[in-house]
Design a protein around this ligand. Structure first.
Ligand code: SF4
Length: 276
């Protein structure tokens, strides 16, 4: 049993089924059996961010290839937000399927504009800002001969704090890109997650309280566009949106948020202590 089907491929196991919420699968000497327990939740709310970023693209979730879903997100994005560019590039590897989909739909060449060091792990989960910034410089190197004099469409899966995007855009310009148009294959992340994902508070999210145009200016992009929520749902094959959590985009949580967490994480201003 595994949380992603790609792990089954590695050990040569056969995929049988996904375990449902409220289901217990028991494997013992007498074989395998499934027990359904009483579900208290009114509805199912699968994390949509698994489809966008967390899970590996070579996995299948809810019967869908995540690679194909992400490629479709790129295609939807190209329809919604075309850009005057010469090439489409991405930040490898998480943005690659969406960038390929964008390039296909836009009829632009997909190029490797940034090379990723295979020795550096995710910057998103580094504990401090200083470590995150150092990690970004170590992690990506721009390809000058690909970028020089070109209008670049940079496709990525999402923006959290914006630190990586700002630095990457800066690096692309220094490597000779004449324009940088950023396209994001998910809606703006404007709300923290209370279900276990390490997004600390609204104050850290660049999209919280800012418009698309303002975020583009903060990042130093010539233009910035996000995929709409409707476009994301279409790409996931769930146009009605049922069965998924989209709370980090909408602020509409599938569970009650504890009051203290709400104060700590949802406020855009840092709370000020008042003494008498
Ligand atoms: S808020 Fe919902 S969609 Fe966003 S990361 Fe958390 S569980 Fe996933």
């Amino acid at each position: 049993m595994a949380s992603e089907t790609c792990a089954l491929d590695v050990v040569g196991a056969t995929f049988i089924c996904e375990i449902e919420p409220g289901e217990i699968v028991t494997v013992d000497a007498s074989g395998m059996r499934s027990t359904k327990i009483q579900r208290t939740a009114a509805h199912r709310a699968m994390c949509s961010f698994e489809f966008i970023y967390f899970a590996r693209p070579d996995s299948v979730m809810m019967g869908k290839s995540l690679y194909e879903s992400r490629r479709q997100m790129g295609r939807e994005l190209a329809r919604e937000a075309p850009a005057d560019g010469d090439i489409v590039i991405t930040l490898p590897d998480s943005g690659t399927p969406a960038a390929i989909g964008y390039a296909e739909q836009a009829g632009l060449p997909f190029a490797e504009g940034m090379i990723k060091s295979r020795y550096i792990t995710r910057t998103f989960i580094q504990p401090t800002q200083r470590l995150r910034e150092a990690g970004i410089r170590l992690k990506f190197n721009p390809m000058r001969h690909v970028l020089e004099g070109r209008r670049v469409v940079l496709v990525d899966d999402s923006i959290v704090r914006g630190t990586t995007s700002r630095r990457i855009i800066d690096e692309l310009r220094r490597a000779g890109a004449s324009e940088v148009h950023m396209r994001i294959a998910s809606p703006p992340i404007a709300w923290p997650c209370f279900m276990g994902i390490d997004i600390a508070s609204r104050r850290e999210l660049i999209a919280a309280g800012h418009t698309e145009r303002e975020i583009g200016a903060m990042l130093g992009a010539d233009s910035l566009r996000y995929l709409s929520l409707a476009g994301l749902r279409r790409a996931m094959g769930q146009p009605d949106g049922n069965g998924f959590c989209y709370a980090c985009f909408t602020g509409s949580y599938p569970v009650d948020v504890p009051a203290q967490l709400e104060m700590d994480k949802l406020a855009l201003e840092i709370p000020v202590a008042v003494s008498s």
